[in-house]
Design a binder for this molecule. Structure first.
Ligand SMILES: [Zn+2]
Length: 155
């Protein structure tokens, strides 16, 4: 049995529900405006570029790079998230900026431009179980500590 991480409630509703359905299948999909072709994120009822309301859902690579990160030490979610917790801003390979959490990385592993790829973490909120897109280092394996990524300077 998989232990589900408790999370604050997701945003649900039109568009959001489609996003979470794809996440349940371990796939990252975002809506692309059929009028101006912009990839929409976050989910909106109408295109923020041209105002059109027709979208086509598109599978993304799940790859990107870290452009920023921070550590929250204040209990903004009243105990729903153990503090401190890490947040990263990922620039997806397809363009949109995506706010998420790192998996298998600590603040010491973070650097601008670090390649990452999406993973889908089994979670639970007030609406039930779901899979949360998080990001891990896009290598053979995620660095486990700062020491492992320091090159050996001897010899
Ligand atoms: Zn548009």
């Amino acid at each position: 049995m998989t232990l589900l991480e408790k999370r604050p409630d997701r945003t649900l509703g039109p568009g959001h529900d489609t996003f979470w359905t794809w996440c349940d299948q371990d796939e990252l999909h975002l809506p692309r405006c059929t009028a101006c072709a912009v990839l929409m994120w976050p989910i909106e009822a109408a295109c923020t570029t041209c105002g059109a309301t027709d979208f086509a859902w598109e599978e993304l690579s799940g790859r990107g790079t870290i452009v920023s990160w921070c550590t929250f030490e204040h209990d903004y979610y009243q105990g729903q998230l153990p503090i401190p917790w890490e947040t990263i801003l990922v620039e997806l390979a397809e363009g949109p900026l995506f706010l998420s959490n790192p998996q298998g990385m600590s603040r010491h592993d973070m650097r601008i431009g670090l390649p990452v790829r999406a993973a889908f973490l089994p979670c639970e909120d007030g609406a039930g179980p779901f899979k949360l897109p998080v990001f891990q280092a896009d290598g053979v394996s995620a660095p486990q500590s700062r020491e492992r990524i320091v090159p050996n300077m001897k010899g």
